[in-house]
Write a protein that binds this ligand. Structure first.
Ligand SMILES: [Zn+2]
Length: 109
């Protein structure tokens, strides 16, 4: 049994999470399963582009999640931006704009 609020796991005999004052549930309705259904829209180690894209996603209120970007400061690893499938087309359009604006910001060689 799990508390849907604090995510604590309880043994079977409990039915409530006292600190949260809520009924326990058999399974957490987690982001985990939602996350599995999310689809990648961008895979990159281009941190500036990633930042632009993420800001644009936030500005457009597109739910998204970035996997694997944290280690980028030590060693560039590809970060993967995933979005729910229903937002994929919108996110791709935003990515297109983000790539365009990134290109424009690049200094002339
Ligand atoms: Zn709780």
């Amino acid at each position: 049994m799990f508390c849907p609020v604090c995510k604590s796991e309880y043994v079977e005999k409990y039915t409530r999470c006292e600190p949260c004052n809520v009924e326990l549930v058999a399974e957490l309705p987690t982001g985990e399963s939602d996350m599995k259904e999310m689809v990648p829209v961008l895979r990159t180690n281009n941190q500036p582009l990633l930042a632009i894209f993420e800001a644009a996603l936030n500005a457009n209120k597109i739910p998204h999640y970035i996997r694997g970007g944290e280690a980028a400061s030590l060693m560039p690893t590809n970060a993967v931006v995933v979005v729910p499938p229903e937002y994929l087309d919108t996110a791709r359009g935003i990515l297109f704009d983000a790539e365009n604006s990134y290109d424009k910001e690049e200094p002339e060689a």
